[in-house]
Design a protein around this ligand. Structure first.
Ligand SMILES: *Cc1c(COP(=O)(O)O)cnc(C)c1O
Length: 388
């Protein structure tokens, strides 16, 4: 048995999602996907078997049905299922006609996919700093970064907390810019009562397994109110084809898989409740950690967050990591290096000191376990490890 425990610990650091089913009962996972599977096992199995026996594997019945259901959930007219989150962003930019010679403003404190998508579209990512309280795109820094080449703003609703959209919408209006929301961590989050993904021109979602709405593999979705963009996106994700064998534009193969759509439909019915359970867990953390030395996350007054991640700050991160490790509690850092300091984007010409807020946050942040099924006892154990 001993080897197994050690093996799990090593892998857990790099991929907490994959091994969650095999851990000993004492471990607290970062995300526990097996709990949801066990809870709804017969429904998942039936949904996948139904799709397999129909045999409509590519853009099948479940894809269309999921698109309608997710559009309704996001309070938009249209949803287009795609292969993953980074493709959602990439195709969104393409559908808006953004390409070489254009600039897109993106926060540097994000998962690198937000910036990779801009590069994939052939445009130049222009990075900006974030708000130190809420970790989202700083509207004043964004205003300063606008040039005649700017075509779009790409706010990220990081950790499940909406970016401050009103000042960004105002900038977009003044400068005739499009807004693409990266809502990959914010399924169901609300900004002043409006769902993330319904506020800008296009919203982009990831259904990576560990996201608040996750498939059993890769998946992504694009939301929009605009019929013209929805039509272009449906064509772009399917080789630029519309109708069959007619190719008005060059496209990609980036379709949401039918089996994944079947899984997502089962989970979507529970998403509202799961997000609420995350809010309850976050409120409990706020309560039981209030006397700790950690800086706790705050919800902005305009926001109804969905707590994709629960990110605390500490000047002594290595100590906290060691204490969590020895208590068998998995944890993460989202993200240890801002995009402007990644080797991959050194061509953009930024360096240390370019974005002081993000650079100050990155060595201090730590993500504690949060998922809908986390128990009071588990939250208490995490809090105890944080104090010790
Ligand atoms: C997960 C994520 C993505 C990319 O989604 P994939 O489905 O993994 O391609 C993009 N942006 C953010 C903020 C994410 O968290």
């Amino acid at each position: 048995m001993e080897w197994r425990v050690n093996f799990s610990c090593v892998i857990l650091r790099t991929n907490p999602v994959l091994l969650s089913g095999r851990m000993s009962a004492d471990k607290i996972h970062f995300v526990d996907l097996s709990a949801q599977y066990r809870q709804l096992e017969s429904e998942f199995n039936a949904a996948v078997i139904r799709a397999m026996s129909r045999g409509d594997f590519i853009l099948g019945e479940d894809v269309g049905a999921f698109e309608r259901e997710f559009a309704e959930f996001c309070q938009v007219e249209h949803c287009i299922g795609v292969s993953d989150g980074v493709d959602a962003l990439h195709l969104a930019l393409r559908a808006l006609g953004i390409g070489p010679g254009d600039e897109v403003i993106v926060p540097t404190h994000t998962f690198i996919a937000s910036v990779l998508a801009v590069w994939q579209a052939g445009a130049r990512p222009v990075l900006v700093d974030v708000d130190p309280r809420y970790y989202t795109m700083d509207p004043e820094a964004t205003a300063r970064a606008i040039t005649p080449q700017t075509k779009a703003l790409l706010p990220v609703h990081l950790y499940g907390q909406p970016a401050d959209m009103d000042p960004l919408l105002e900038l977009a209006r003044q400068h005739r810019l499009s807004i693409v929301e990266d809502a990959a961590q914010a399924h169901g989050a609300e900004y002043k009562g409006r769902r993330c993904g319904s506020i800008g021109d296009i919203g982009c979602f990831s259904f990576y397994p560990g996201k608040n709405l996750g498939a059993y593999g890769d998946g992504g979705g694009i939301t929009t109110h605009r019929r013209d963009l929805a039509d272009t996106l449906r064509t772009l994700r399917n080789y630029g084809q519309q109708p069959k064998n007619v190719h008005p534009i060059k496209g990609f193969n980036s379709r949401l898989d039918t089996l994944q759509a079947a899984v997502l439909r089962v989970k979507l019915k529970r998403l509202e409740a799961w997000n609420e359970q995350r809010r309850v867990a976050a409120a409990r953390y706020a309560e039981i950690l209030r006397h700790s030395s950690l800086a706790l996350p705050e919800a902005a007054p305009y926001s109804l967050p969905v707590w994709h991640l629960y990110v605390v700050q500490t000047a002594q991160r290595a100590k906290l990591q060691a204490s969590l490790d020895s208590a068998g509690i998995s944890h993460g850092v989202h993200y240890p290096t801002p995009v402007h300091l990644q080797e991959a984007f050194k061509e953009l010409g930024y360096g240390p000191g370019s974005f002081p807020v993000a650079e100050a946050l990155c060595p201090r942040i730590l993500s504690l376990p949060i998922f809908p099924e986390i128990t009071e006892a588990q939250l208490q154990r995490v809090a105890a490890a944080c104090a010790g």
